[in-house]
Design a protein around this ligand. Structure first.
Ligand code: 13P
Ligand code: SF4
Length: 324
């Protein structure tokens, strides 16, 4: 006997605290269609923590940070993976599932970090600084990953750097992540000059003002924030680490210095906690909508492909990270 699908209407309780009823009514048709299409196509939706609540809480099968999405992409039995996130995440899912169909609902869902560096830049760097391992943040193209020794995410960057057992590494392309890791390790880190356009806008003065305006507030910052912001925060970690911190510590008042949907998604699970909301939107993450997820499943678009010459080497860099 096949399982009965939940109807969109029955899901509203999950998000009613952040989505007004009038807005919710515009989502019903797409949610019902997506739930049916997932079953028809044996598809799963992997959604990053920055996806909007109607995607994150109502149609996603697997949610998490970049590391969790990469790990869980490997173990799915589905034929089709829809990546509700940005392009590099879809490429990573494809690298780990070469035989499956991986769809990204909007091809222009990019990332300023991935845009900040090319494969040629990495080859030149290797020529100029030979014999120093290159650690590449997953927020890069498959072509850049293919030129590197190992990947990392914000959730494992320090562990990856220290796993290499060398005194010096090159870490690409996020300057701030590299500096934030350098502050925690004895390994010397050579950085590139890429920045996340969302996290670079936070300033240490924002934190000082927040602490004045909201006494007792606990400040969590993503490690893509500038080092002075991370230094002024109470805790820094990947999106999953921030979510776990809230779950574990249950601070009465908290601010997440990161993308806006993250606070909505975490707040829905913790009605007792006061979330203060200065946040920045990621325009790339926000390109993904219920409408284009539905279109992706209906029209089998946009299929992610990676040139075989690149895929083999890029996969190795990702697999080395996952093996740690
Ligand atoms: P996480 O791996 O921490 O989820 O970060 C991904 C990202 O793009 C943050 O801007
Ligand atoms: Fe890229 Fe920053 Fe958007 Fe994350 S938040 S996808 S790092 S631009």
């Amino acid at each position: 006997m096949s399982a009965i699908l939940p109807s969109a209407a029955s899901l509203y309780d999950r998000v009613r605290r952040v989505i007004p009823a009038i807005e919710w009514s515009t989502f019903l048709d797409d949610i019902d269609a997506i739930l049916a299409l997932k079953r028809e196509r044996n598809a799963v939706i992997l959604a990053h923590n920055y996806q909007t609540p109607e995607i994150f809480h109502c149609v996603a099968d697997i949610v998490g940070d970049s590391l969790a999405l990469a790990r869980k992409a490997r173990s799915t039995e589905a034929d089709v993976i829809v990546l509700a996130g940005v392009y590099f995440m879809a490429e990573t899912a494809k690298l780990l599932n070469p035989e499956k169909t991986v769809l990204i609902p909007d091809l222009n869902a990019g990332c300023s970090l991935a845009e900040s560096i090319t494969a040629e830049d990495v080859r030149l760097m290797r020529q100029r600084i030979p014999n120093v391992p290159i650690v590449t943040y997953v927020n890069t193209s498959a072509a850049v990953k293919a030129e590197s020794d190992i990947c990392c995410t914000s959730g494992n960057a320090r562990a990856v750097v220290e796993s290499l057992g060398v005194p010096r590494v090159i870490m690409l392309p996020d300057e701030y992540l590299a500096k934030n890791v350098a502050a925690e390790t004895n390994v010397e880190i050579l950085a590139w000059k890429g920045h996340c356009e969302v996290h670079e806008r936070f300033a240490a003065s924002d934190i000082r003002e927040l602490r004045q305006a909201h006494p007792g507030i606990v400040v969590l910052a993503h490690p893509e924030c500038p080092p002075e912001v991370v230094a002024a925060a109470d805790f820094s970690g990947s999106t999953a680490a921030m979510s776990d911190y809230v779950e574990r510590q249950k601070p009465p008042r908290v601010v997440l210095m990161t993308e806006c949907s993250m606070s909505d998604n975490v707040a829905l699970q913790h009605p007792e906690i006061e979330f203060i909301r200065p946040c920045n939107l990621c325009p790339h993450m926000k390109r993904i909508t219920l409408a284009n997820i539905r279109a992706a499943l209906e029209q089998n678009r946009h299929i992610v492909t990676i040139e075989p010459a690149i895929a083999g080497r890029a996969r190795l860099a990702v697999e080395r990270m996952l093996a740690l």
